[in-house]
Design a protein around this ligand. Structure first.
Ligand code: ADP
Ligand code: MG
Length: 475
């Protein structure tokens, strides 16, 4: 029987499926279609450039092995990316990209003329060497609503997300601001909304971007003198998802540019979705006019998951990974890791890994060991240097300023906070703390600790500093 694209690919899939987790297989390989086989070149179609990059980055070895088994040493792999249609072009179109050289699969030159070149649109996502004029959503298909379990802690945010996904730009939840602590699902939910919108409204241009990357792109655009192109690029998005906007804090230029983009999108009925690790009222060094806009729509909080939700999340993860685990161990995990879903997942993964590498049963003892390691690991000892660094960063000064002899109030406060946390989080003596924080004596440190205690009971803003810094230092 002669080989077809499908038969070759199916054999590759069988091999790959045996060698990676079922979750990864489902996410990254099931959506691929084999489209063409010519000689020893197999063309596969992937849903986005993000997808293609992910495969190249994470699965290129296994793809090579699988393909070489099927097609011999000269095997070639050609990716065909079904790009998202944007910018006035209603026809979806495809662009072929040969497997990159780093894959060691021999690459093949395929020259496909790009339709509808829009020269005035500069896309900051362009990766050198890859032709790219269309906007990819940068969404992770794995982060969808189905895998985002509902519980008391996320009900409002999740429902708001669903409402927005059903009618992007058409609800009063614009912007939708999702806020909450580390590892509680902000990024996941942000993606889920985008993924759902792409599903329901394939013609809409959806873009996920972290505030960090947005900032980098902005800085780059200023350097290259094309700030307007940058703004223009973002103004044509239908659904803009910006993750971790608290990172814009203190960055006046980026805030300004974001303000213009935001206004344009909002005025044109486009949907904006933001995530942040704090509520708008608690955001620091974000311009007032921007803050007030954040509050225009809905701010929905993600809280710590309750016990039942934690159990559900564990079970769901085990189910997706095809792993079984005794009930008492699931309960043990749910009882011991409460405030961070990422940690919960991390513990499950290491538990599974330990038991399968060492061919050990998953027992309570093993679970306890792992949770201990986990918790110890996250509770690493902080050093006085580290504390000074965190405190100065927080107040946007350098460590030298914090240690200086000045009596300026905000610097004195920062120094006192550093001393207070050094006392709280290290075993160092008052004298030793004093000598490490700007050559002060033990009485000064003692005074600092008392002052911080007093101020944090009487001064709301100050208490906020203490809480924020505690969080940062115990992360
Ligand atoms: P954040 O952005 O708030 O720090 P993430 O979105 O990265 O958190 O979530 C951390 C991990 O927890 C991710 O792997 C995510 O899939 C998972 N997770 C968070 N919330 C849920 C949920 N409700 N159901 C299932 N998994 C969740
Ligand atoms: Mg996140």
């Amino acid at each position: 029987m002669s080989k077809t694209a499908e038969s070759v690919w199916n054999n590759c899939l069988a091999f790959i499926e045996d060698n990676i987790t079922s979750q990864a297989y489902k996410t990254w390989f099931e959506p691929i279609k084999a489209v063409k086989l010519t000689d020893n070149a197999l063309s596969i179609q992937v849903p986005s450039k993000f997808f293609y990059e992910w495969l190249e980055e994470h699965y290129v070895k296994i793809l090579k092995v699988a393909l070489t088994k099927e097609l011999g040493n000269n095997a070639k792999l050609v990716y065909i990316i079904r790009m998202e249609n944007t910018y006035g072009n209603k026809q979806p179109f495809t662009e072929k990209i040969p497997s990159a050289n780093r894959s060691n699969l021999q690459s093949q030159e395929v020259d496909v003329p790009l339709k509808n070149k829009s020269p005035e649109l500069k896309n900051p996502f362009v990766i050198p060497g890859i032709r790219n004029v269309k906007i990819e959503s940068q969404l992770n298909p794995n982060y969808n609503f189905e895998s985002f379990l509902e519980g008391e802690s996320n009900r409002l945010a999740r429902s708001a997300g669903l409402a927005v996904a059903n009618k992007p730009g058409g609800t009063s939840f614009n912007p939708l601001l999702i806020f909450g602590g580390v590892g509680l699902g902000k990024t996941h939910l942000g993606h889920a909304i985008g993924v759902d919108i792409k599903d329901k409204y394939p013609e809409k241009t959806v873009l996920y971007i972290s505030a960090e990357k947005f900032t980098q792109q902005y800085i780059e655009s200023v350097k290259k003198n094309n700030r307007n192109d940058f703004i223009h690029f973002y103004q044509i998005i239908d659904v803009l998802i910006v993750d971790d906007i608290q990172l814009l804090s203190g960055k006046a230029g980026t805030q300004d540019v974001f303000f213009h983009i935001f206004n344009h999108l909002h005025q044109n009925g486009k949907q904006v979705i933001l995530t942040s690790d704090k509520a708008p009222v608690d955001m620091i060094d974000i311009e007032q006019r921007l803050l007030s806009r954040f509050k225009w729509g809905l701010s929905a909080e993600l809280n710590h998951p309750d016990y039942d939700t934690r159990v559900a999340i564990i079970k769901n993860k085990l189910y997706r990974d095809g792993v079984e685990m005794p009930e008492d161990i699931i309960e043990f995990l749910a009882n011991n890791i409460k405030t961070n879903i990422r940690e919960l997942e991390g513990a499950i993964i290491s538990l599974i890994a330990h038991s399968s590498f060492n061919k050990k049963e998953i027992t309570i003892d093993l679970a306890r060991k792992i949770v201990d390691n986990y918790v110890k690991h996250t509770k690493r000892e902080v050093s006085i240097d580290y504390i000074q660094k965190v405190v100065s960063d927080y107040f946007q000064m350098d460590v030298d300023t914090l240690q200086s002899k000045t009596r300026k109030r905000h610097i004195v406060q920062a120094r006192q906070l550093a001393m207070f946390f050094a006392k709280k989080f290290t075993k160092a003596s008052l004298a030793s703390i004093g000598s490490q924080i700007g050559q002060r004596d033990h009485a000064t440190v003692l005074h600092a600790c008392k002052t911080v205690d007093n101020l944090s009971t009487t001064d709301k803003q100050f208490r906020k500093y203490v809480e924020d810094l505690s969080k940062k230092l115990t992360l």
